[in-house]
Write a protein that binds this ligand. Sequence first.
Ligand code: PRX
Length: 651
Amino acid sequence: MSTVTSNIESVLQEERHFPPPAEFAQRAHIKSMAELETLRAEAAADPESFWARMAEELHWFKRWDTVLKWDPPHAEWFGGGRINISYNCLDRHLATWRRNKAALIWEGEPGETRTFTYQQLHTEVCKFANVLKHANVKRGDRVALYMPLIPELAIAMLACARIGATHSVVFGGFSSSALVDRINDASCKLVVTADGGWRRGNEVKLKTAVDEALKECPSVNACIVVRRTGSPQHMQEGRDFWWHELMETVDANCPAEELDSEHPLYILYTSGTTGKPKGILHTTAGYLLQAHLTTKWVFDIKDEDLYWCTADIGWVTGHSYVVYGPLSNGASVLMYEGAPNFPEPDRFWTMIERHRVNIFYTAPTAIRAFIKWGDQWPSKHDLSSLRLLGTVGEPINPEAWMWYRKVIGKERCPIVDTWWQTETGAIAITPIPGATTTTPGSATLPFPGIDADVMTRDGKPVGANQGGYLVIKRPWPSMLRTIWGDDERYKQQYWSQIEGIYFAGDGARRDNDGYFWIMGRIDDVINVSGHRLGTAEIESALVSHGAVAEAAVVARPDDLKGSSIVAFVTLEGSHNPSDGLNQELRAHVVKEIGALARPDDIRFTDALPKTRSGKIMRRLLREIATSGTVAGDVTTLEDFSVLEKLRAEEE
Ligand code: PRX
């Protein structure tokens, strides 16, 4: 079935290929490459008819009039249609045998579990939707969700979607100042939070961060708090309300609103090349269609499966593949609140064994951590329930892919390496597990209907095995619609680098088989542990500290995290470098953005290398941070002595 060569480390041209196991393919939704190629050809010949045919799988209050109106770079999908994503994820299953099927099986970090059938989840969502209505949340209003990974987060999202409120989930690891920026950018009316959540045995105090944030958020007039940890809270009279108390005041009757296909479903902030995070806007019908269809085909979801995506709902992966995609398919979803190494490094494997998980989707950074912790942890457990593995978030190195296949998948489970972004809304380049022959490190081929390619900066195609820019040449249903409040930036950032073509910001090449190999970000965005961080955002956090004059942040390759963050800092005249200041600056970044952005290394320097036009040459700093020296072209450097000093400081 498979060919495995021995030299895992040094393969430049990857030679290992793994066709889908026959028994997997036989039972899969898509059973062969021929079937997949037929779908691809259908979608390429007439994308609109293809997506329209697929859209029949959804529940519509009113069918669409037009499939696509494309006024570059603005797309309207399924114009004239009326639909509700909460209805598609819940109500439509209630008329079937799935009514009493487990929708969510949740496990808290301390070990307790809660299960919601589709009927029970529907009841909770309807009740919370009524709570929102009583709090005067109307169609189109924005609601911020700053919560741990608990069922109430999914309930709150589905409740917003039910009444047409637009949710903005802010990852619970962000600090209160990051929360302030995001609440204010979208003028959120209400915040839903919890007293705290559990992470590696410690309480993450969310409500305290919200209290701090709300001093600077004039648009917010109410805050609803889930009691999760039970720690004592200050509740501000007239502003703060307990979730469980409000839920007692409402009934469970709340019909889903009939919304336009393009109704704004959510905003999710992601890092860009400038300091300000971008509010990526997704709308309803097209997003649901692609989240639904990719979940079905890529994860080959079946009714009897238990599916587990380990992502936090605070990231797009959690939106599309913990909540909307799987629930729309009527799947059973496992959710876990806490850390993978609590209380021991085998937490995930104990959960797979106990719950008999069938489909497991995680990030390369987690896989690298598992490798480091050692094979003894997964080896202690019965992982035979697994039938499919997935990865997302960053390029996976072939050694990690092989380890995943061998130690977790026991050489039995196909692996789907899925490439996509907050902006694409759903998976765009991916194997289809019953059809595609996989090869470690490649996301393989575009999903049917996704016209991905690799091009030069000026829009020319590149040949096989030549590097270039990853682009998508035609609109797709789950694409972002704009950047909230900044349509100009939307046009500039994504559609103007090559006129009328979507620019993903990743480098890539295609091999002789047309397989895509993603080479990582080409802009000043770094990918740490699968999370995108803007270097500019970290730099502005550093500069906001009184001692810092200027800062430049670069990525250094890191075995575990993919990249680690190195900050070069020049100080204001009255300050001197010290260990104390180093610690203080690191803590300052944590306060401004969150622990995920904490620099691993701060280097004090007298000056930063700049071009004559004054741009910091991060490329040189990257080389210095990585190899300690500079081999690349330095002809545009303004002051050569800066480089000499940086090199000397390195030694
Ligand atoms: O650089 C690519 C990388 O993650 C970026 C998107 O990050 P974000 O919007 O946070 O979404 C992450 C989850 C979808 C991409 O531009 N990336 C994501 N998946 C892969 C990947 N790089 C290589 N291979 C992947 N499978």
